[in-house]
Design a protein around this ligand. Structure first.
Ligand code: LLP
Length: 382
């Protein structure tokens, strides 16, 4: 893959490079792991909402997990069916709720009792019936970075499970609300299936609590979170979905719902994306050498925000050359604008191309124009 990039010649950097073949193989591998079991995939488009990526995913027949009115509009434009769109997020505005109702989205994922009442009021005014799923905070530790752990009870997401009865009471007061399912999301970059096993046991108990109130559940949504190999993307370009899918399907009580929804984001798109950048300077300090790139935290914020490490490669030099230790940094006026410290790389020169791997998820979508820098471009390889 990298050699193909190297042949691209005059590259306009910084830019995201997407390997669409790898994306399609990843999608196929997820379908294979699902193996005709009753699972609907709603791609979490916050991971990457590049229209070309969205079209490839909607062509696969997947739905979309959206978190804003903007994402709903874009999903529809890129081929997702309204009925296959779910809409989560703790702060849906009245306008966004109205948009969801107008478009006929499949489900609102409701994150608080206050929001449930608001969706009930707005849909009643419109003479509509809003399909809703309650997002319950299951208080399960996903054992991942604390910024991307979402299912612990002190998180802002979802309805505390101790408030479930109260949420059902609110729901029962509104003719304009139709309960479709329960939703959970415990975190991101989860590397083992165990947290999902724990989640399923909790879900079974909560689903029984719901059915004891006389409600049937069409679906259980277990959210996203499957992790990927940031250390060695070439060894594991496609995540092993099967242990996660099996953990969910072997432990969920399927007598309590008709089908399961999963919302993978990162695991579908991370490995197909690479951030490409030119070296502007190699700065020789007293104790350190710096590779200064034309890409910065404005293009890929994960290292600065989460201390994440992405594999870094110099794709201009031949292997077998001398290696040296470098701090790889961007041009932004922030000390946290560092991609890696003491990275062992072949001797690097001004003008070399540096590839920052596994950047297809939460890269382009989280980029900004900080320091009045233009947004990066992108290229696709089929
Ligand atoms: N469903 C819900 C409700 C979510 O909040 C998320 C991600 C997903 C699905 C998709 O999770 P995934 O399969 O991608 O793990 N910017 C951070 C990750 C934030 C995740 C936010 N929620 C990062 O770069 O690591």
């Amino acid at each position: 893959m990298i050699s193909t990039i190297a042949k691209l010649g005059d590259l306009n950097t910084p830019c995201y490079f997407y390997d669409m073949t790898l994306l399609r193989r990843t999608i196929a591998s997820l379908k294979e792991a699902i193996d005709n079991r009753p699972i609907h995939v709603h791609y979490a488009m916050k991971a990457n909402s590049n229209p070309e990526i969205l079209r490839a995913i909607s062509n696969a027949g997947f739905g979309a997990d959206c978190v804003s009115g903007g994402e709903i509009r874009l999903a529809l434009k890129c081929g997702f069916k309204a009925a296959d769109i779910s809409y989560a997020g703790v702060g849906k505005t009245d306008d966004e709720i109205n948009l969801g109702l107008e478009c006929g989205i499949g489900c609102f994922i409701v994150e608080s009792i206050e929001e449930l009442a608001m969706i009930g009021d707005i849909s009643a005014t419109r003479g509509a019936k809003a399909p809703v799923a309650l997002r319950i905070n299951p208080d399960i530790d996903a054992h991942t970075h604390h910024y991307i752990t979402t299912g612990l009870k002190e998180n802002k997401f979802g309805i505390d499970m101790r408030l479930l009865d109260k949420a059902i009471d609110t729901l029962d007061r509104y003719q304009s609300l139709q309960l479709k399912g329960l939703h959970f999301h415990i975190g991101s970059q989860i590397l083992t299936p165990e947290p999902f096993v724990e989640l399923c046991h909790r879900v079974n108990r909560l689903s029984k609590q719901i059915t004891s109130h006389g409600h049937n559940l069409e679906f259980i949504d277990t959210g996203g979170g499957f992790g990927i190999d940031y250390d060695d993307p070439d060894a594991n370009p496609i995540p092993d979905f099967k242990p996660f899918i099996d953990a969910i399907m072997d432990n969920l009580d399927m007598s309590l719902c008709n089908y399961v929804i999963i919302e993978p984001g990162r695991s579908l798109v991370a490995q197909c994306g690479t951030l490409l950048s030119h070296v502007i300077y190699v700065k020789e300090g007293i104790e350190k050498k710096f590779i200064i790139l034309d890409a910065g935290m404005n293009n890929l914020i994960r290292p600065a925000l989460y201390g994440a490490h992405h594999r870094i490669e110099n794709i201009s030099t031949k292997t077998g050359t001398t290696y040296e230790k470098y701090d790889v940094v961007g041009p932004i006026c922030e000390s946290s604008d560092i991609f890696a410290e003491d990275e062992n790389l072949p001797r690097t020169r001004r003008g070399d191309i540096i590839a920052i791997r596994s950047a297809g998820a939460y890269g382009e979508t989280m980029s900004s124009t900080y320091n009045s820098r233009p947004l990066q471009s992108f290229i696709l390889k089929d």
